[in-house]
Every structure is written in structure tokens, then in C-alpha cells.
Design a protein around this ligand. Sequence first.
Ligand SMILES: [Zn+2]
Length: 200
Amino acid sequence: MDTVKQSSFNKGKKMSYYSTPKEPLMKNQVEFLEANMGENSFYKSLYDQWTKNRGLSKKQIACIVRGMTKAGLIQPIYSLKQGDNITISASMARKKAEELKLDAFFRNLEVVKVEGETAKAIQVVVKFKSDIATSCHICGRGLDCDISRATGIGPVCANKLGFVRPTLKDAPKMLEAIDNYAERVGEIGPIWLPKYSLRS
Ligand SMILES: [Zn+2]
């Protein structure tokens, strides 16, 4: 269905082909078009353009790659993989908490699975990383005590900004509560994360 829509969409936009830069196709991409153009008018049109111009736009090539991935001919290549640790922006974490109706959405996440990716976003299943901050959110210095790790802010910065730090006695309880919360929420997703919100 998608390809039919794409094909008629492209018809009206023929002029734009001349303004977008062309890139060469790989041998297996040409073979994929040849194998499928008989039944798929969109692939046929791509093949014709390729024959004529010896190049297609990035978007067109991405369509071929998607088709090949769907057909199981190639493994999708994602910019993240299982086990990767990522940090998202504070505003995105707040937005996700709201969207998913969670009390809190951690900024530090572990990638459990990658399900999709576009130029601008990645679709992932994630887990909260409960060993939250290893460096101060404000100055970036390493944090080595439990209170600092639990709050994500070192004593110097906390003092400067007038934050009241919990006592050392409370710190283990705070970390435990954070751990418990992460465990209770478990795996989240698949969710889309815009790439602009990724900090690492
Ligand atoms: Zn600091």
C-alpha cells in the first residue's frame, strides 16, 4: 500500500528529482529492484530512474533498503544496539513521563531492543538505569558518594545553588527507592526517541 502511495506522490513531484543529489546504488540494491519491479510500479520507476541517471536520492535509496529489510534480505543497521546506555534530555524525560503516565522517566536508559530508526528518531525498548548519575549534572565532575549519585549533584554545586542535600543516613534509602522504581516499571516501549533528545 505504502509503495503505491509513494509512487503517485512521486509523480507530482518529478521536478524535485533534478534538485536532489544522486547517489549510486549498490549491486544488491539494483538486483532487488530488478527482482521486484515486475510486480511493483514504484520499484519499476526507481529502476527506470537509476538506469537513466545512474543515481537515486537518499530518500529513494532508503525506500529500497526498507524493502530489502522487510523482505529479510538485509539486517537493519541501527545506530544503537542492545545493551547501549543512553542519556536523554531532561525535557524529553519529562515529556515521556507525561505521555506514558509515569511518576518519573529517568534520563539514563539502557537499550533493551531497537525496533526501528529514521533519520530523525529511533524506536527502542528501554529500561531505566538506576545507577543514575556518575557525574554531576551541573559541573560534570565525578560523583563518588551515595547522596551525590542519588541526587545527581555534587556537594559543591548543591551548596552553590542552595539545595538542601539529604543526610548520609537517607542516601541508601533513596538509592533503594530509585532501584525499586526502575524495577517496578521494567521494560518500556517500544517508544520513539527523537535523536535531538539523545545526549550520549
Ligand atoms: Zn557539580
